[in-house]
Design a protein around this ligand. Structure first.
Ligand code: GLA
Length: 381
């Protein structure tokens, strides 16, 4: 049974009537450009064929009833007029957060019944939460004819995460979930939200490998990285690190703490690598793209300190096997989760087998491998 049918049935079973519609938003994998978005820099993600579905129908009161199909059918009920952070049921805050920002932006809602189901691995750096929030905004937008466009949806979803859930994330995940294009990655300029679609070459495979180490300390470490970057930008009287060059940073190195310097160095060099990776992708120069991804991993590991021993293990296993034919790096916020690799499709089978066996041998853990397709975002026409 397809996922849409499954969620419609779950809705009918729970609420005793048919859902009016089912909305979908994809998760994402970031090819390169991590921890650059909140520094108003560049990112190069793709929306992936794993996502979140939301089945929804209007009610004629102010009550939201919502069922999390994948979380043992947990159910929660709250009023549109009474939105409180729920410390016990974290997933509910994503729903309440979306309702909160929509109402704050003066969109008129009424009560709804909702079922949520998704297949983005959670806590793996593939944006399961952004895909949930974008899918919810799409659902409310279509149901109540709110006429929200893609980047407005992305900004609302980010605002829900920042103001209601409490993570100071950037705009990348929500933007690509809303606006990704089929078979393309997207170069997004996070300063003004202009973007370019970059076709993924036919012979290129995007392979995600889950270390199966759940991300820990994400919010506190993430918010701390952001503060370090902002402190350096302030040192230069710049609105964000995007405006600071590498030579400017180097000339002020002695006045900065060693950690702040390293954080900023990662961001500034990563912006350039991301622009270079766009050129490499457009030219179908997979070895250049691979070299940039490998350098990105080193920078995240050594200067930004967001990798883990397990991610490093996966990355070096893949890198040594594919050599000049591609590259690998940790992807997303870090502190656990997934690595992403690019390689010719012909290598995928051999790499998959080797990585699974060696990762298990070296860490005692299982590696899950997902060969991804780039899909269309929820709001992309
Ligand atoms: C998380 C955040 C994004 C971005 C990445 C790191 O996924 O939600 O905004 O900062 O980490 O690139």
């Amino acid at each position: 049974m397809c996922r849409t049918e499954m969620i419609k049935q779950a809705f009918a079973k729970q609420f005793g009537y048919q859902a009016e519609q089912v909305s979908h938003a994809p998760g994402r994998v970031n090819l390169i450009g991590d921890h650059t978005d909140y520094n108003l820099g560049f990112v190069l993600p793709a929306a992936i064929n794993f996502g979140t579905d939301v089945a929804i129908a209007k009610r004629d009161d102010n009550t939201i009833r919502v069922l999390a199909h994948d979380l043992d059918n947990q159910i929660c009920e709250f009023e549109l007029t009474d939105l409180l952070f729920n410390p016990d049921l974290m997933w509910v805050n994503y729903v309440a957060g979306v309702v909160y920002v929509l109402q704050k932006a003066c969109f008129v809602l009424q009560g709804t019944d909702i079922v949520i189901s998704g297949n983005v691995p959670q806590g793996a750096g593939l944006s399961s939460s952004a895909s949930l929030q974008v899918a919810l905004i799409k659902a409310f937008s279509d149901l109540f004819k709110l006429q929200i466009d893609g980047f407005t949806a992305a900004k609302l979803a980010q605002q829900a995460e920042n103001e209601f859930v409490g993570c100071n994330c950037g705009i990348m995940d929500q933007s690509i979930s809303a606006m990704g294009a089929h078979s393309h990655a997207m170069l997004l300029d996070c300063q003004d939200l202009t973007f370019q679609d970059a076709p993924i070459p036919e012979n290129l495979a995007i392979v995600i490998v889950n270390s199966n180490v759940k991300r820990g300390l994400v919010e506190s470490e993430y918010n701390q990285r952001r503060e370090q970057c902002e402190r350096v930008a302030k040192h230069f009287n710049a609105p964000a690190l995007r405006a600071v060059t590498l030579s400017e940073l180097e000339s002020e190195q002695v006045k900065l703490s060693e950690l702040d310097y390293k954080r900023a160095k990662h961001v500034i060099t990563e912006n350039q690598r991301t622009l270079d990776a766009l050129d490499a992708l457009k030219a179908n120069n997979v070895s250049k793209l691979g070299r940039l991804m490998n350098a990105s991993h080193d920078s995240l590991k050594d200067d930004f300190s967001t990798s883990t021993a397990e991610m490093d293990c996966l990355v070096s296993l893949i890198q040594s096997q594919i050599a000049e034919q591609g590259g690998a790096r940790m992807t997303g916020g870090g502190f656990g989760g997934c690595v992403v690799a690019v390689m010719p499709k012909a290598l995928v089978e051999a790499v998959t087998q080797n990585v699974k066996a060696e990762y298990q041998k070296q860490t005692g853990l299982r590696a899950d491998v997902y060969v991804c397709a780039a899909v269309q975002g929820a709001f992309r026409a």
